[in-house]
Design a protein around this ligand. Structure first.
Ligand SMILES: Cc1cc2nc3c(=O)[nH]c(=O)nc-3n(C[C@H](O)[C@H](O)[C@H](O)COP(=O)(O)OP(=O)(O)OC[C@H]3O[C@@H](n4cnc5c(N)ncnc54)[C@H](O)[C@@H]3O)c2cc1C
Length: 378
């Protein structure tokens, strides 16, 4: 028995758990994986998220481990087209923090354990939820072959893109598939860009490059045809052809290819259960917003949960939560579409014309500031 069950111990579920534990709520986080996820999916933590992470006391640790990206540079045809500074986007955190998701999750997990050593239950896979009479919800789950049940007054489902809870609730989803696909890899940094992010707008397709801790750099290359990617050597060859930068294939520490789709749940609240994070909205990784969006869902939901546990009528607050967070997800999906469109070949406008237009627009301080704020989810 707990006040709140959080299903899924990814970055969003762990953050939600820590936020509630900090307010003295009794929380159980049920996570099917027995150990941490090693894959470094998300690397960008935006300023509003750093404010939120400061609220649970982990922003300093994350900043100490990550690389603050204070500037983005756009290049094309060997020329520097534009620069965008993040200096004006936030007083406290005027940067995007680059840190592999695996490290972010480790810091969040440590915080959860500090707040309540028994809150996180690993190796527990939730299979079914049912509402009991008397205002409680029970999760049926399996762990090590045995069946277990956990019950609570409220459930937060942060169980990711293939959410079992969303499927069981029968939540309708607005789905969109995109023609874009990418190959990404982490390598030793040989660029000289230091902590800057770089965007290469090239006719063969966009190349993105971000600093990572430990002298590494993430490279993301748009593929001309879905499925045309190869191994680390193949990726390095494409980076060299498009940017002229030599990257050592032997230094590769992560390689992943992905296609892009968006899935927006049409509801986030069902009785005593709320969906947050990727369970509620899957956004293109291009632009790096998915994890950040999920944390901000949790920030919006926490006060409603606290009021509900105090016995307040939170019907209107829940509706506000749902409407505002679904709108935020739709905005993020549109922003990611803009980001992806930058990397597509343009059938009508020659690349040089487009790049000149980008350079001219970025030279206008108002436009530059607006884009910087949009890129950092402000
Ligand atoms: C290549 C790539 C790059 C990305 N880059 C960025 C970026 O730079 N910035 C950004 O903000 N986002 C980025 N994202 C998106 C980001 O990774 C996700 O938005 C984020 O992981 C969502 O977190 P979550 O906790 O909602 O879901 P998840 O991370 O998927 O966590 C869900 C958890 O629930 C658990 N679970 C699932 N089902 C059950 C069940 N039935 N019972 C118990 N546990 C269950 C899973 O094991 C998992 O641990 C990227 C994604 C990809 C693929």
């Amino acid at each position: 028995m707990a006040d709140v069950l959080v299903i899924g111990g990814g970055p969003v579920g762990l953050f939600m758990g820590a936020l509630l534990l900090q307010h003295g709520v009794s929380v159980r986080i049920l996570e099917q994986r027995t150990g941490p996820e090693p894959h470094s999916r998300a690397i960008g933590i935006h300023p509003p998220s750093l404010d939120a992470l400061q609220g649970i006391g982990v922003a300093e640790n994350l900043v100490a481990e990550g690389v603050p990206i204070r500037r983005g540079i756009a290049l094309g045809g060997g020329a520097r087209l534009a620069e965008m500074s993040f200096a004006g986007v936030s007083n406290r955190f005027p940067f995007v923090l680059a840190l592999p998701q695996s490290r972010t999750e480790a810091v969040l997990e440590e915080r959860v354990r500090q707040l309540d050593a028994g809150a996180l239950h690993r190796g527990v896979r939730v299979t079914r939820l049912h509402h009991d009479g008397g205002g409680r919800v029970t999760a049926e789950a399996s762990t090590g072959g045995a069946a277990v049940r956990h019950s609570a007054a409220l459930v937060v489902a942060a169980d990711g893109v293939r959410s079992t809870v969303r499927a069981q609730l029968g939540t309708a989803v607005r789905a969109k598939n995109y023609p874009d696909s990418y190959l990404m890899g982490d390598f030793a940094d040989s660029t000289g860009f230091g902590p800057d992010a770089a965007l290469f707008l090239e006719s063969a397709g966009i190349v993105e490059s971000f600093p990572l801790p430990g002298g590494l750099r993430r490279w993301v290359v748009r593929l001309a045809d879905p499925g045309s990617g190869g191994n680390a050597r193949w990726l390095v060859k494409r980076i060299g052809e498009r940017t002229g930068i030599d990257v050592d294939p032997a230094s590769n520490s992560m390689l992943s290819s992905f296609g892009v789709r968006a899935r927006l749940a049409r509801r986030m609240v069902h009785g005593r259960t709320a969906l947050i994070g990727d369970a509620a909205h899957e956004i293109s990784p291009i632009g790096g917003q998915g994890m950040n969006l999920g944390w901000l869902d949790a920030v919006a939901l926490a006060p409603v949960i606290l009021a509900s546990l105090r016995g307040a009528d939170v019907g209107a607050d829940l509706r506000n939560f749902e409407v505002s967070r679904m709108a935020a997800a739709a905005r993020a999906a549109r922003q990611s579409e803009i980001n992806m469109s930058l990397g597509r070949p343009l059938p009508v406008v020659p690349l040089s014309v487009r790049n000149r237009a980008i350079a001219a627009a970025a030279a206008m301080p108002a436009v530059n500031g607006f884009v910087a704020r949009r890129f950092t989810m402000q």
